[in-house]
Structure formats: C-alpha cells, structure tokens
Ligand binder design. Structure first.
Ligand code: NIG
Ligand code: FE
Length: 387
C-alpha cells in the first residue's frame, strides 16, 4: 500500500502536547502522512514530505479515532418498552438484564454476530475505531463462551462478564463458583479482560473480588462495573487490584476519589447510562480536579444505554458533567486507550495506528457545540479510509 498525505487540516488533535498547543497537542494548518497501517509523519502542512497520494481536508478538523472502552454488543432482543416505561417514571433496575439474557440464549450465533457487526458499523460511522465488547447476556458456560467467541471475531478487546447478574436458576454463591470455575475455563481463551457488575442486586465486594482474582490467575486483566446505582466497594476494590478501569463511578465518596487519584485505575464515565436511566450524571469535574485519569465510553447495551455514539457522549459530558470540550475529546480518545492499556491508538503521532476522523467542522469543540449533528465526515482505520 502506498503512502497518503492528508493535508489542509485546519486543526489537528494529536493528543501529544509536545507536538502542538495545550494538552491536546493541537497543530493548526497541519498535515499527516500515513504509510501502511501507521502514521509516519505529523506536522505543519508547509513542511510535509511528499507521498504517493494526497487528500485535502479543506481546512477542517482531524481528531484521533474514538476509543470506546466499554460496550455490551453481544445480545438479542429489544427493551424499548422498558425504556418507555422508565421515561414515564419507573426506575431503572438491573433486573431487565434477564430479559436480554433470555433473548440472547434463544438467538443463533449468526444473529448475534450480525448484531455485533451492525452496532460496530454504526459506531464506526460516528468515528469509533476501537471498540471493546463484553459478554454477560449468556450466563451459562456455553452461552458466555459463544458470546466471547463471537465478540473476538469483531474486536481484540474482549471482556469476560459472566458475573453480570445472578441468573434465576442459581444462588449467588453457586453462580460465583461457576463463574470462577468451569465458565472461566471455557471463556478465558477468548478474552483479554475480566469484569464484574459490583452493585447491590448483582455481586457484592467479596464476590467481585473472587471473580476478578480468579480471572487474574488465568491471565485476564481486571476491569469493573462499580458505583453505578449507589455507593459500594467496587471502586476501591478496582484500585486495590490494579484494575485497568473502574466503570460508571456515578456514586463516589471522597475515599473513592482519593483511591482513584492514588492508583493507576482509569475512571471510565458512561453518560449514555445516566441519560437513558434518567439518573444524575457522574461528576467528572471532581475526578479531574483530584487528578484522576478519566475515560468516556458509550456502555452501548439494550437496557441502560442504547447508543453507539461517542460524539453524543462528548456533548453530554461537556454539558452535564463539568468537562471542557478539550477534556471530553481527550477522554473519548486517549482516555479510552488508557482504559484499555493501549499505546498504539488514541493519538495521532509517529508510529501510532493510523486511526483518524475528519470532522465537518473547523475544530473538535464543535462536537459539543453542535450536539446531535452528524459531524463525522471521513474515517481512516489502520490507514484505510472506511467511511
Ligand atoms: O453497564 N450495569 C450493568 N450492566 C449494564 C446494563 C445492562 C442492561 O441493563 O442490560 C450497564 O449499564
Ligand atoms: Fe456496562
């Protein structure tokens, strides 16, 4: 494959402060050269080297592809009625997960795979070039293993979430034994990560610890659903175990925030969940001011957050969670990469994977300034234009 010069970039977000202005390392009147799957040159257009092909960005903005580090895409069925009832005043409970479990168990591999492909294609059109995918709607050894096998056909970022809820046919203790035993044996070969829903009504602190520690023993890296619906031990457990990310972080004590600030665990905020459950948003400002690394993700799932749109999450995070547009765009790109412990994505720098998004706008600020407007004009993933 020949090299490509993308030039005429009015504003380029590199996410490398040494390359440009501010924490996003913004270069104005910029160019990028891509060769094969990689970025090989970044700088002012006036100094760009020659390449085999050229693309004129027309003065518009280019940002790194979004890194969506939290999504539940392997499912069947629909929960429109549950959403509709919630918007008429009913509260969100994680109990709805069981509705999706029943539909998922009844679906064929082909149906589940087509669903993942459709949602990932939808996300790609909105600029997402890396998307994590969890199991968690199978909850039997066979259904969790096939969920992960299907996820692994679509992404490298695969997460074993057998501990999503306790299925009706088990006691909690018996189910934890399964999740940490035979189910883990069947699932570990397909997954990179182990996750648990640590919440009242799902798994308590001791059960969550057992799930994560058993995964670690099998070579999986922990991440956690924590403090979504109320206070609890999940966030502190994540930091103690050196989890890559604690996700949701909606209800935090000062001790939780201090723990996150002292450790390496990223706080991944999921505004789509609060939007779709009409719950108060997490306080990103509080976390950022404490020095916590914050990521933004969609949490795409049929129950609590049925969106694949990272631009939507950026806009809500700016409007409702105290983030500046710069912070929200960083969190949706390099923040997501940090949450997935990836150094090759989330930035536009020499040697990075060539995942780039051209916006139909003069700057990344428009992602929040023009909410709901389809601003993604072109997407390159691994150096190939895919949108
Ligand atoms: O991240 N919190 C647990 N799991 C999902 C919700 C799943 C569902 O309601 O189906 C979440 O919000
Ligand atoms: Fe989730």
């Amino acid at each position: 494959m020949g090299s490509l010069l993308i030039t005429g970039i009015g504003s380029l977000v590199t996410n490398d402060p040494s390359l440009g202005n501010g924490p996003l390392g913004i270069v104005t009147d910029a160019a990028v050269v891509v060769s094969g799957e990689e970025v090989v040159w970044v700088g002012p257009a006036s100094r760009a080297p020659a390449a085999d092909d050229a693309y004129d960005a027309g003065g518009r903005a280019v940002i790194p592809g979004f890194v969506d580090s939290h999504a539940h895409l392997v499912f069947a069925g629909d929960r429109t009625a549950e959403f509709d009832a919630r918007m008429s005043g009913l509260p969100y409970t994680a109990g709805g997960i069981r509705t999706t479990v029943a539909a998922t168990r009844a679906a064929s591999d082909a149906e589940l795979s087509a669903g993942v492909a459709r949602l990932m294609a939808e996300a790609l059109r909105q600029g997402t070039t890396v998307m994590e995918c969890k199991s968690g709607y199978g909850l039997t050894v066979e259904d969790e293993a096939r969920s992960l096998r299907i996820a692994a056909a679509h992404t490298d970022e695969v997460t074993y979430l057998g501990a999503h809820v306790v299925p009706a046919e088990y006691t909690a203790d018996a189910y934890v034994e399964l999740v940490t035993g035979a189910m883990l044996d069947a699932c570990a070969p397909y997954a990179r990560w182990v996750d648990v829903f640590c919440e009242r009504g799902a798994f308590d602190g001791d059960q969550a610890r057992a799930v994560l520690e058993s995964g670690v023993k099998r070579g999986l890296v922990p991440r956690i659903h924590a403090n979504q619906l109320g206070h609890g031990p999940g966030v502190r457990l994540a930091v103690e175990l050196g989890a890559a990310s604690a996700d949701h972080c909606t209800h935090l004590t000062d001790a939780d925030v201090a723990a996150l600030a002292s450790g390496t665990t990223v706080a991944t905020l999921l505004p789509g969940a609060e939007f779709s459950t009409r719950a108060p948003y997490p306080d990103a400002r509080r976390l950022l001011d404490a020095g916590v690394t914050v990521a933004l993700s969609t949490d795409c799932n049929p129950g609590s957050s049925f969106t694949t749109s990272m631009p939507f999450c950026v806009a809500v995070a700016v409007r409702e969670m105290g983030m500046t547009p710069d912070e929200a765009v960083w969190s949706a790109t390099l923040g997501g990469a940090r949450a997935l412990r990836r150094t090759d994505v989330g930035r536009i720098t020499e040697g990075a994977r060539a995942d780039l998004v051209l916006l139909d706008a003069p700057s990344h600020v428009h992602l929040a300034y023009r909410p709901g407007v389809p601003l993604v004009s072109a997407v390159w993933r691994r150096g190939r234009q895919v949108v």
